[in-house]
Design a protein around this ligand. Structure first.
Ligand SMILES: Nc1nc2c(ncn2[C@@H]2O[C@H](COP(=O)(O)OP(=O)(O)OP(=O)(O)O)[C@@H](O)[C@H]2O)c(=O)[nH]1
Ligand SMILES: [Mg+2]
Length: 372
């Protein structure tokens, strides 16, 4: 039986996993490969699923917990994709606050399902800007700014890198060659177990080379990091999580781009006001078969928008996903207040579904102590 190659792409919230998976899926299709994608989150209404469905049809979602705690659901999703599309390659994106995936997902997959799936080296994406923050923390050079996230959140970030088979330094377009070389050398010194490859998932540089590597290299899950689950759980719980689906209607028509820009700005202003550092705010607005996506990955960053909706539709569906260092009640209050403010009198915003919570303690289905 032909085996399906499984490429898992981890890394912290906002590192660029979905951008890479979407681009890789398109390149694989161009290479004549059949592709299936699997998204993952703690709750429903995923922006990532909506985005990736624009890249390929075969997308399955594991929602309601991370791959490690929902291992059986992950396998069900993988098998469903295999049965329906006979894919050559499956690409999976674990939750960005998740770590210990080598012990809890890669090893069990190798041990129990080697007849069906061939696991590729585990790639961990890292945002060039985030590495610089880590470097400053390490050197205790807080400069004028304090670290974006508390130490227990940074613990997860470091553990992710420690278990990587391949570190993928992303957003290379944001730094000069000199700065990139400096960041690469920090990573190589700190995380000696994995080679480092530099890409720009957004612009495409290095993505073909990354694909060649993960398609051709067979060693996967080479390292299991030592993870203290108390600290890991505390780090995850320090982040508030919110997923919502909102129906927008207006008799006079909705200025979709204006709505998204204003909502991003209003939420960014509130995050700053309440010192609620955002890890990732994602919006997906769909109307009349068109879509618009907006992202914000730090309180002092620029909102990123792509896509667009033509004209002024009278109805739209907005998905809002937020992960920020704040408690879930405050996150809910900020989100609801900002949506109401931006909608004003002209647009009616009806909440179809809204979940806000702090992720609960991870309890993996399997947890291997050693590499198989
Ligand atoms: N400049 C630049 N931006 C990038 C690059 N890759 C991704 N981004 C941007 O980073 C933001 C987050 O990207 P995503 O792909 O959604 O990140 P993610 O890792 O999937 O985030 P989560 O699903 O929240 O964990 C978006 O605004 C992307 O456009 C890149 O190579 N360069
Ligand atoms: Mg994503």
């Amino acid at each position: 039986m032909k085996k399906t190659r499984v490429i898992l792409t981890g890394g912290f919230l906002g590192a660029g996993k979905t951008t890479l998976v979407a681009r890789a899926a398109e390149q694989l299709v161009r290479r004549g490969k059949r592709v299936g994608l699997i998204t993952n989150d703690q709750a429903a209404n995923l922006v990532d699923t909506a985005i990736l469905k624009e890249a390929v049809d075969a997308v399955q979602e594991v929602a309601g917990g991370c791959f490690c705690c929902r291992f059986d659901e992950l396998l069900t999703a993988m098998n469903r994709l295999v049965q329906t599309g006979m894919p050559d390659v499956l690409l999976g994106e674990p939750v960005g606050s998740c770590t210990d995936l080598s012990a809890t997902v890669l090893q069990p997959m190798k041990e129990f399902y080697a007849d069906r799936f061939q696991v590729a080296p585990f790639s961990v994406l890292v945002d060039v800007k985030q590495v610089r923050t880590l470097e400053r923390m390490r050197k205790s050079l807080a400069e004028s700014q304090s670290p974006r996230f508390p130490e227990n959140v940074m613990y997860i970030y470091e553990k992710q890198l420690e278990e990587a088979d391949l570190i993928v330094l992303n957003k290379a377009d944001l730094l000069t060659q000199e700065e990139l070389a400096e960041v690469e050398s920090v990573l190589k010194q700190e995380f000696t177990q994995a080679p480092v490859i530099t890409i720009s998932a957004l612009q495409g540089a290095g993505v073909e080379a990354w694909l060649d590597y993960v398609l051709e290299t067979s060693e996967a899950g080479r390292t299991i990091a030592e993870v203290d689950y108390d600290e890991y759980a505390e780090g995850e719980a320090a982040l508030g999580w919110l997923n919502a689906a909102i129906r927008l209607t207006s008799e006079t028509g909705i200025d979709c781009r204006g709505f998204c820009v204003n909502l991003m700005r209003a939420m960014q202003a509130s995050f700053r006001e309440f010192s609620a550092e955002v890890a990732h705010l994602k919006l997906h607005l769909a109307a009349d078969e068109h879509t618009l996506v907006a992202n914000l990955t730090s309180n002092d960053g620029q909102p990123f928008l792509r896509g667009g909706v033509e004209g002024s539709p009278t109805e739209a569906v907005l998905l809002v996903n937020v992960r920020a260092k704040t408690d879930p009640d405050q996150l809910r209050a900020i989100t609801q207040r900002c949506i109401a403010k931006v909608a004003g009198m002209a647009v009616q915003a009806t909440t179809v579904d809204l979940q806000s919570f702090a992720p609960s303690r991870p309890t993996p289905t399997h947890r291997f102590q050693s590499v198989v």
